[in-house]
Design a protein around this ligand. Sequence first.
Ligand SMILES: [Zn+2]
Ligand SMILES: [Zn+2]
Length: 238
Amino acid sequence: MKLKSFKKLIKKIFNFVLDAIIPKRCIGCNIFDTWLCDSCHTTLPLLTEQKCGICKKVITPLGETCPNCQKNTAVNGIFVISSYNNELLKHLIHNFKYKFIEELSEPLGLLIAQGLTNSHLLSPDLIVPIPLHNRRLRWRGFNQADLLANSIGLTIPINSTCLVRQKYTTSQVKVKSKKKRLSNLKGAFVIQHPEKIKDKSILLVDDIVTTGSTINECAKILKNAGAKEVSAIVLTRE
Ligand SMILES: [Zn+2]
Ligand SMILES: [Zn+2]
């Protein structure tokens, strides 16, 4: 048996045992056998108005960067799906990322898909999940952005290997000054196989945008390597 399928088997057994000890319950209403029931899922709000992802003031139809902010960023736009004021959404993201409930990527991916319907967001050539550093990936066991990207159900190719996080950085939320945030991210990402992104319009996927500096850094690196456009889609903005 290959190591990968062995790991999968172990995970399956582990989940089976876990389900027996701690049965699944809806994070919204506590009913059994699901992490999120359909009726709780329908209560998750979809944002009806998008704003420039940099100044967060100017209203733009698809979260495009406003003309004023364009000179300060490499990001063409940030489309935000849902509101961070929603307690259920916050709980879901917390359980997904810090209680390692991988299966939550499905209802959350569905929410992104619902937000994208009727959005008229132009179809990108390539979807790129914001990568995790290997150390964090080992700790969590999965990259939440990667799982989300795969759960949206779009037919657009997903590339999880062209953008690599090579530097382990402290969480951007904890770094208070803007200057420090930028130096914290310096050299954090590198591009592998630049031919795969050359002249492509790319959609980055992440769970939460906080300051936007990570998305900006990724956009900068991707554009320097030849990407035509880089926008992002996120579940919510903190
Ligand atoms: Zn429920
Ligand atoms: Zn702006």
